[in-house]
Design a protein. Structure first.
Length: 250
């Protein structure tokens, strides 16, 4: 069963796309165990430092092999999965993940500062949506909103992203402190709209959906009404990068 589920993933650990890609290479990740006191950290570590990440729509070479985010994002996603899925559904979703993912997820403690693979979060999101019988887009948006609500302390200075005076400065600053890859910028700002662009980032459907939900939640937290988030340009749909058009009322 595990071998058949691993076949769903590409060499770099990403979910397979619509194109036929090479079979997975189990040596892409090994587990590095670091013990500090009573807390053992298991961190995904690729065997080489210059692995080229490829997908049908993403051909840029990245300085780091695997894009990472903070452990606090994984903790928030796990809280949402724990609350939203039944016990049996959670077991099914975790069983479908590669062994390296389960090692990270099932460790006794996930530190807020720990680096975790963005692709692992995407796989967890996709598998949770699958066992839930929900589309990745719908489930991911709900997960993104829940992430923001759970981790509001981290994003406190960014909650005002949809106010005209703070958008561009705060968007870029936040992204760099939480994510190892990519650049987030807010463009074409008006009193009732803005365009958000995520560039140089290996986007996947699950990540785009969670980020769409995050934008929705951020808009509501600022007090604006009728927030609408349209992900109209996407890397995985052949776009040059990922873009969102945000509109809102007073």
């Amino acid at each position: 069963m595990e071998a058949s589920m691993r076949a769903l993933y590409c060499e770099d650990g990403r979910l397979r796309g619509p194109l036929s890609l090479p079979p997975p290479n189990e040596s892409v990740y090994d587990s590095a165990r670091h013990t500090s006191g009573d807390v053992e950290k298991i961190i995904e570590r690729p065997p080489t430092a210059d692995l080229e990440i490829r997908s049908p729509a993403y051909n840029h070479r990245m300085a780091e092999t695997v894009p990472t985010t903070k452990g606090t994002i994984l903790r928030s996603l796990l809280k949402f999965v724990e609350k939203d899925l039944t016990g049996e559904q959670r077991k099914q979703a975790l069983a479908a993940l590669p062994a390296t993912d389960r090692q990270v997820i099932e460790q006794p403690s996930i530190l807020a500062s720990e680096k975790v693979s963005e692709f692992m979060l995407n796989r967890l999101t996709a598998e949770a949506a699958r066992v839930k019988g929900e589309s990745v887009e719908s489930f991911g948006r709900r997960a993104g909103r829940a992430e923001l609500a759970d981790a509001v302390g981290i994003y406190r200075f960014f909650i005002i992203v949809l106010t005209p005076t703070a958008m561009l400065k705060k968007a870029s600053a936040l992204w760099a402190t939480v994510h190892s890859h990519g650049s987030l910028a807010v463009e074409n700002e008006t009193p009732r709209s803005a365009r958000v662009r995520l560039s140089q980032f290996p986007s996947e459907e699950a990540h785009c959906a969670r980020l769409s939900g995050w934008f929705e939640g951020a808009g509501e937290m600022t007090g604006v009404k009728n927030i609408r988030v349209d992900h109209d340009v996407c890397l995985i749909r052949g776009g040059p990068d990922c873009q969102w058009q945000l509109t809102w009322g007073k």
